[in-house]
Design a protein around this ligand. Structure first.
Ligand SMILES: [Ca+2]
Ligand SMILES: [Ca+2]
Length: 240
């Protein structure tokens, strides 16, 4: 009886070993781009819900962006059991002060395997001249859980050219780098779709006159420019 169970156990162990090696190779391939811990590619769990690793611990996190506006975004950190923790409001994590409007956009802008965030915090002036943003940054992931900080945050010019009312992920030019569309109060009753195109290795770029002519638009508060809703859908598949 003892001998027989050993004969059965050996092939089972061999199969298990093969599966482990295959799993290791798959995760190693995924992590090689970022050099960090293994995490599956981001995927969509609904039109406004992205699942992907934001804090770099290798566990997928859940980012919900109601209405695609970037105004009511929440983050739930991935847990050891494969689930998600409690909802954290992004505006709160970012330390939004009274009267300020916080917008955020999440995608892997550099397409390097880690999710990144664009953040804009501004206190609207309430008059024709727009205020400058207190914070306008591109924050390459991984981000800190406590305050969504990044070790390599970079200032973006979206904070000095109007008041950002919404941030959205867009696809301009059809490459693999997600772009940014800002619903921008440019002042004097002009609302624009102000766009920033991402380039390899840098994330969202500066204002570019030619690209703005090509992909941007202007409007008013009464007739605002249309804003993209399919940015995530273009870059990420549905979670299986
Ligand atoms: Ca995570
Ligand atoms: Ca990235």
């Amino acid at each position: 009886m003892l001998k027989r169970s050993r004969l059965i156990a050996a092939p089972v162990a061999a199969v298990a070993l093969t599966l482990t090696v295959a799993g290791y190779q798959a995760s190693a391939a995924e992590s090689s781009a970022s050099g960090g811990k293994a995490a599956a590619a981001p995927c969509l769990a609904g039109a406004t819900t992205l699942v992907g690793d934001l804090d770099g611990d290798g566990r997928p996190d859940k980012i919900i962006n109601p209405g695609h506006t970037g105004l009511k975004m929440t983050v739930q950190w991935g847990t050891a059991s494969g689930g998600f923790g409690t909802k954290h409001t992004v505006s709160k994590l970012l330390g939004t002060r009274s009267g300020e409007v916080t917008t955020a956009a999440v995608a892997d802008f550099q397409n390097d395997g880690t999710l990144d965030m664009v953040v804009n915090i501004v206190k609207p002036s309430g008059i024709d001249d727009p205020n400058k943003a207190r914070v306008a940054q591109y924050r390459p992931g991984p981000l800190k859980r406590a305050d969504l900080g990044s070790a390599s945050a970079r200032t973006l010019d979206i904070g000095t050219q109007g008041e950002a009312k919404q941030l959205r992920i867009a696809n301009y030019g059809g490459d693999k780098y997600p772009d940014l569309a800002v619903l921008n109060n440019a002042g004097d009753g002009v609302w624009e779709r102000s766009i920033r195109v991402s380039k390899p290795g840098t994330g969202p770029g500066k204002y570019d006159y030619d690209l703005q002519q090509q992909y941007g638009a202007t409007g008013t508060p009464a007739e605002p420019p249309t804003m993209p809703t399919s940015g995530w859908k273009h870059f990420y598949k549905a979670c299986s």
